[in-house]
Design a protein. Structure first.
Ligand code: PMP
Length: 395
């Protein structure tokens, strides 16, 4: 037996849940993405997706991807830096800069690699990076890769953030990094307060708009726009894997910082560029969200409906203000059980357990898309209510 096998042979965490018949991961979808999907021969209502605008199955997006596939081929076989730049990459970067009201952007092949690469590069020795303790794993990893001193504050606790900032040198570069919308609990960063602290303590701010894009702000520009603070936020990152119906991500900012990153950011330079199909799909989705405001209006209509219904039925849904609705269970085993019972009842939701949340805060995550109907949401609420009552989680 090799060293690694010797070490990992006793890793039994997943088996525990498999043996209990509640293992919820890696279920294969065998149909097109939509509000209803087929999974392992079973039709389920999809409430576990991040496709808030519901555009992943949109014919225009799919056709744009097909045209790009025909025109450019299946991959770029190289980095943006060398042979991997297509005219549509350049167009997408230009349109995103205009959309986000920033000087310039860079597009990466995943959202994860934006945070990982940008944070590792943009701050270094002698600088400070300060994160909310619920920031996404990609921010945590980027932070770890940088040579800056790493600090964090309690989730959305502005007093704690001020306590951290107060102790730092006024002239040092201090970058505060937050999720605009927290991906598991659906609450928003307190951006107005963060920006006030940024001014008071001479800092910079970066906001991750992975879950804000296509949901908040004018035409779905995100939470920075929602709060009217785009100019105060130095760097904004976004992903294509959620509202833009594709895969990839971007960083938006002032021309000098972006120019520095364009020539030094390792996940941008040493990784192959995004595929033609994925790039064209994101571009098409970006056009659709700008031209069809009714899409985001409908997303909010079903979101408000779901929020009201879950509250009426007595679910504990925390501080959410977004299409991400956490249904608290407060028990790891029960969270898996609820997920399995919901699946059996035809409702797909995501279990959220540590390290994605604190051990006492486990939940199932119910997320809305613009193409959900109220009738579908109601079916989801009813099925979950029955399960939560039977399991003694709610009355
Ligand atoms: N930031 C946040 C807040 C996320 O939730 C995610 C993915 N879930 C990412 C970054 C990474 O984006 P991607 O999945 O597009 O790589």
């Amino acid at each position: 037996m090799g060293q690694l096998q010797e070490r990992y042979k006793n890793y039994r965490e997943p088996q525990k849940y498999m043996e209990a018949g509640v293992y919820p991961y890696f279920r294969a979808i065998t149909s097109k993405q939509g509000t209803e999907v087929e999974m392992t021969g079973h039709k389920v209502l999809m409430f576990g997706s991040n496709a808030y605008t519901g555009l992943t199955g949109d014919k225009r997006v799919i056709d744009a991807a097909k045209r790009a596939l025909d025109k450019y081929g299946s991959g770029c076989a190289g980095s943006r830096f060398l042979n991997g730049t297509l005219d549509i990459h350049v167009q997408l970067e230009k349109e995103l800069a205009e959309f986000m009201h920033k000087d310039d952007t860079l597009c990466f092949s995943t959202g994860f690699s934006v945070n990982q690469g940008v944070l590792a590069q943009v701050v270094g020795k002698g600088d400070y990076i300060i994160c909310d303790d619920r920031d996404h794993a990609s921010i945590v990893d980027g932070r770890r890769l940088s040579f800056a001193r790493q600090l964090h504050y309690k989730h959305n606790d502005m007093e704690d953030l001020e306590r951290v900032l107060k102790a730092l040198p006024h002239d040092a570069i201090k970058l505060i990094v937050v999720d605009g919308v927290f991906s598991m609990e659906g609450d928003l960063a307190k951006l107005p307060e963060i920006v006030a602290l940024k001014r008071k303590y001479n800092c910079s701010v970066m906001v991750d708009e992975a879950h804000g894009l296509g949901v908040f702000g004018k035409q779905g520009r995100g939470v920075c726009d929602h709060f009217g603070l785009t100019d105060e936020v130095d760097l904004i990152m976004g992903t294509f894997s959620k509202s833009l119906a594709s895969i990839g991500g971007f960083i938006a900012g002032d021309k000098d910082t972006i120019n520095f990153l364009r020539h030094t950011c390792r996940t941008y330079i040493f990784s192959a560029s995004n595929t033609p199909a994925a790039t064209a799909a994101a571009l098409e989705a970006l056009h659709i969200i700008q031209n069809e405001p009714e899409l985001i209006e409908h997303l909010w209509e079903v979101t408000r409906y779901a929020l009201d219904r879950f509250r009426e039925e007595g679910f504990e849904i925390g501080e959410t203000e977004s299409p991400i609705i956490p249904l608290y269970v407060h028990d790891v085993e029960k969270t898996f059980l609820v997920t399995k019972l919901a699946f059996d009842a035809g409702v797909f939701i995501n279990p959220v357990i540590p390290p994605a949340c604190a051990p006492q805060d486990t939940l199932v995550r119910f997320a809305l898309m613009a193409n959900h109907t109220k009738e579908e949401v109601e079916r989801g609420v009813q099925a979950l209510k029955k399960i939560f009552v039977e399991q003694g989680i709610i009355k």
